[in-house]
Design a protein around this ligand. Structure first.
Ligand code: ADP
Length: 436
């Protein structure tokens, strides 16, 4: 008696393990695995009940032989299900075996006209629930065919009972399969919704992170503007200090404006709200204009500027101002991160693309950071030497703009030796032919 609770607990655990199956069981086999447990229940129920059915001894022996066959079959399914999931996932093999076992049982138990034939309805419903129309209808066909064969063998013509059995087996099959198809549809719809929800949640998390970064970046210039404005009031007579502070305030305001403009650009581009012009663009004048805009800055610095832009380049399609913005940003970065040497602006045609490169002999970017610099608010490098003024959004915007034009913005860089940014833009086939 002392062992009873322990035995009960063990039994409960064993049943739960049998029902749920191994932890790594593929989802497609869950139902198939549970039916192994259901078969055990069937065997345990029929086994002790057989002697009560008043069967002649020879039939009783055959019935137990069939039951032993069912045990062997169930053990085989249990053993091979995970090793050959392809064989079991569609359910056709088990459907045929279950049908044969049940027909044998019905025949031994007194034929299709006996009350044993009710077992067929249960089996059919379980098959329709598992696999739907195809296998369930195949099984109905096997049952009805065997029923007809039995009538033929014993020389009996099909009667009303046969017609009712066959008809209701068909109706049961169709109804159960229809219910299954509804469940499958609901499951698919639920899964789709779940995927959509997960995507929305991920988008929300990205938006939240972006908002947090923007607030953080806005706070820095705002704090210094406020602090310097307050201190300014403490120096009513010191014109030199006033000038110095006013300069800081102006430069911080400019930084704030740049940041707000960049944030607006990123959000507009990424939300698809940006209005893009679609025009034919000659790259040479565009690049020459960019170079001219930077020449006063180069004159003031010790940097050399090299321009290698052929006069005849094939035209590309896109938004002139936006492409100019990309080249400006790359030249601007090249100047920011180069203290000596050369900055070069080149253009050439490679295969069916126009390549515009901006290279410098500046600090370069470590391989680990080369993808990261295109992410929002990523300013890499040695923070101890002080970050150069910027928003950390420039390269994100550049990559987005180039991508909108069907192109790529790539980077090659070696720390200490410099960087080369390449804008690769597709050239329409007709333009290539003209340029050739
Ligand atoms: P920022 O406005 O800060 O320049 P960007 O998105 O344009 O933002 O650049 C991101 C970061 O990439 C920069 O802060 C810098 O660390 C790195 N970077 C960009 N261009 C260069 C370059 N030519 N040489 C070295 N580092 C660069």
């Amino acid at each position: 008696m002392r062992f009873a609770p322990k035995l009960l607990a063990w039994l409960r655990r064993a049943v739960a393990t049998e029902w749920h199956g191994p932890a790594d069981l593929p989802r497609s086999l869950t139902m198939e695995w549970r039916l192994i447990a259901v078969r055990w229940v069937g065997v345990l129920a029929v086994g002790p009940a057989l002697p009560l059915m008043n069967l002649p001894l020879d039939r009783l022996i055959v019935a137990y032989a069939i039951l032993t066959g069912a045990v062997a079959y169930n053990l085989t399914v249990r053993l091979y299900m995970q090793r050959r999931p392809d064989l079991f996932a569609n359910g056709y093999v088990t459907t045929v075996c279950d049908s044969l076992l049940n027909i044998s049982m019905v025949l031994i138990g007194g034929g299709f006209d006996s009350s044993f034939s009710y077992i067929l309805f249960t089996v059919l419903i379980s098959v329709a629930m598992r696999y739907g129309y195809g296998p369930a209808l195949a099984m109905t066909l096997i049952f009805t065919g065997s029923d007809a064969l039995e009538h033929f063998v014993v020389g009996k013509s099909p009667d009303a009972a046969f017609a009712f059995r066959s008809g209701f087996l068909c109706i049961t099959t169709l109804l159960a399969s229809y219910l299954r198809s509804l469940t499958v549809k609901a499951e698919v719809a639920l899964h789709d919704r779940l995927v959509e929800l997960q995507r929305l949640y991920a988008d929300l998390a990205v938006a939240h992170q972006f908002l947090a970064n923007v607030s953080h970046e806005l706070r820095t210039p705002l704090t210094s503007i406020r602090a310097f404005s307050e201190i300014l009031q403490s120096y009513p007579d010191d014109e030199e200090t006033q000038q110095e502070f006013l300069q800081i305030i102006t430069s911080e305001s400019e930084r704030l404006t740049r940041l707000v403009n960049d944030v607006l650009d990123v959000t507009k581009i990424e939300s698809g709200e940006m209005e893009w012009r679609e025009e034919s663009i000659s790259p040479t004048p565009l690049l020459e204009l960019c170079a001219r805009a930077f020449s006063p800055l180069f004159e003031k610095s010790t940097l050399r500027f090299q321009q290698d832009v052929p006069q005849h380049l094939p035209t590309v399609r896109g938004d002139y101002d936006r492409l100019q913005q990309v080249v400006h940003n790359l030249l601007n970065n090249a100047m920011k991160f180069t203290s000596q040497g050369t900055i070069a602006l080149r253009a050439s045609v490679l295969d069916d693309e126009l390549h515009i490169t901006v290279s410098d002999t500046g600090v370069g970017i470590a391989p680990a950071d080369q993808e990261r610099v295109f992410d929002k608010f990523q300013q890499v490098g040695d923070t101890l030497t002080g970050k150069p003024k910027g928003t950390g959004l420039g390269l994100t915007i550049c990559r987005d703009i180039v991508a909108h034009h069907g192109g790529r913005l790539t980077l090659e860089s070696e720390p200490g030796r410099g960087s080369t940014f390449t804008i690769a833009l597709p050239v329409p086939a007709a333009e290539l032919a003209v340029a050739a």
